[in-house]
Design a protein around this ligand. Structure first.
Ligand code: SAH
Length: 389
């Protein structure tokens, strides 16, 4: 690795790093990096603050790797991958072979996502500093996990901001069109080349099981994707399950997954969820259990007010469809919406719907998506289990 000159940050940047946040934005950098790479970070008096992935033009100018003054080299990155894998060892014992091996900043590796989907690994990288070292990262992943193939899903928007090319390509071995993954209970046929994200939403794995504990009667899974909530509800004993999603491909995969697990066929509705919830209300439909798992409505901080209005509308509509004593599992995966704010929205929706809500549990993403204290963006997923009287 060639040595880059230290990057100097303004007081606001130093304060953020001191508070445990790994990012300093471009506007808080007084001497930026000449090129992407790893560099020491100094405050304006020249005091070392740590080592970071740095970028000359990206808004994320500094992404801290560690807060001590030891250069980040390839051995550092390999050690971070090893530590991330060690944190997940217990999952393998539970028979789970679909999980996140590396969760970017929360595992100390800026912008790097590695998901294990059964026999294959799927990698996303949104950090230009890391890109030249992906070979070394790949080597340790292959040595530890012996995948039959590794796929780069380099099609995310984050790559463009870092000046990285966008493409989907096989990096090693073979990556079949369909792979099968176990969440410890059900088996899921997934399409790593074409599915949303790296093929599925691994972060909701435990929340699927939590809601399934309340399975009964008629259940509705809104923003279902492959039916992670709905199929677990079917398995848990719900009599009738309806999946709603705007993607026909996702619903076809849900049907295939139900068949693969010997479950009855769920009812599939391809529709806009906002409109369909209204239609169900007009038809006076009622459900005993509802899952509500929209995509991130606030992708940027400035979307927040509109996003909160969206969450309120969805939850209000879901509450209107919920039978007395019914259970709602409701999620937000917006990095800009913290749990306390989400609970306020839910209380608002309950007031408007004239329902009393009991919180049966509050959860985040599965532990293979660790959070990092001081970095609220890593606590992006809130899942609340509610019973409505
Ligand atoms: N509940 C799923 C993950 C859902 S991801 C699980 O636990 O695995 C969000 C889903 O919402 C995606 O499948 C996407 O296709 C769908 N979606 C996005 N916008 C939508 C809309 N307006 N109406 C219905 N579905 C939508």
């Amino acid at each position: 690795m060639h040595g880059l000159a230290p990057v100097v940050v303004a007081d606001r940047g130093s304060a953020r790093l001191a508070a445990g946040h790994p990012w300093v934005y471009r506007s808080d950098v007084t001497r930026p990096a000449a090129q992407p790479g790893f560099a020491a970070v100094h405050d304006r008096r020249g005091r070392p603050l740590g080592w970071a992935a740095v970028h000359p033009t990206s808004q994320l100018a500094v992404r801290l790797v560690h807060a001590h003054d030891t250069p980040v080299d390839e051995a550092t990155l390999v050690a971070l991958v090893e530590a991330a894998l060690a944190r997940r060892a217990m999952l393998e014992l539970a028979g789970v072979d679909g999980y996140r091996c590396v969760h970017a900043e929360a595992d100390g590796l800026p912008g790097l996502i590695v998901d294990r989907l059964g026999p294959v690994l799927v990698i996303q990288n949104g950090c230009a500093a890391l890109e030249p070292h992906l070979g070394a990262v790949l080597q340790v992943l292959q040595a530890r996990l012996a995948p039959s193939g590794v796929l780069a899903r380099f099609d995310g928007a984050a790559r463009e901001r870092e000046g990285l090319e966008r493409a989907v390509r096989v990096l090693a071995g073979e990556v079949p069109e369909v792979v099968e993954v176990s969440d410890g209970v059900l088996r899921w046929p997934l399409r790593p080349h074409a599915g949303q994200k790296t093929g599925t939403f691994l972060d909701q794995r435990l929340n699927h099981l939590r809601l399934a504990g309340y399975a009964r009667g008629a259940a509705l899974d809104v923003f279902a994707y492959h039916g992670g909530f709905g199929l677990h509800l079917l398995r848990g004993g719900a009599e009738h399950v309806t999946l709603v999603d705007s993607s026909a491909t996702a619903l076809a995969a849900a049907r295939a997954a139900a068949a693969r697990n010997g479950l009855p066929e769920p009812e599939l509705v391809r529709a806009d969820a906002f409109e369909h919830l209204r239609a169900l209300d007009r038809a006076k439909a009622r459900f005993d259990v509802i899952a509500l798992d929209p995509p991130a409505l606030a992708k940027r901080a400035r979307d927040l007010p509109r996003a909160l209005a969206g969450y309120k509308e969805l939850n209000l509509r879901a509450l209107r469809l919920l039978a007395p004593g019914g259970v709602l599992g409701t999620a937000t995966c917006s990095a800009h919406v913290q749990e306390a704010e989400f609970l306020n929205v839910l209380a608002d929706a309950a007031a408007d719907a004239g329902r009393t809500l009991h919180v049966l549990g509050r959860f985040g993403a599965a532990p293979d998506h660790p959070e990092r204290l001081g970095f609220p963006e890593s606590a992006y997923l809130s899942f609340v289990l509610l019973q409505a009287l």
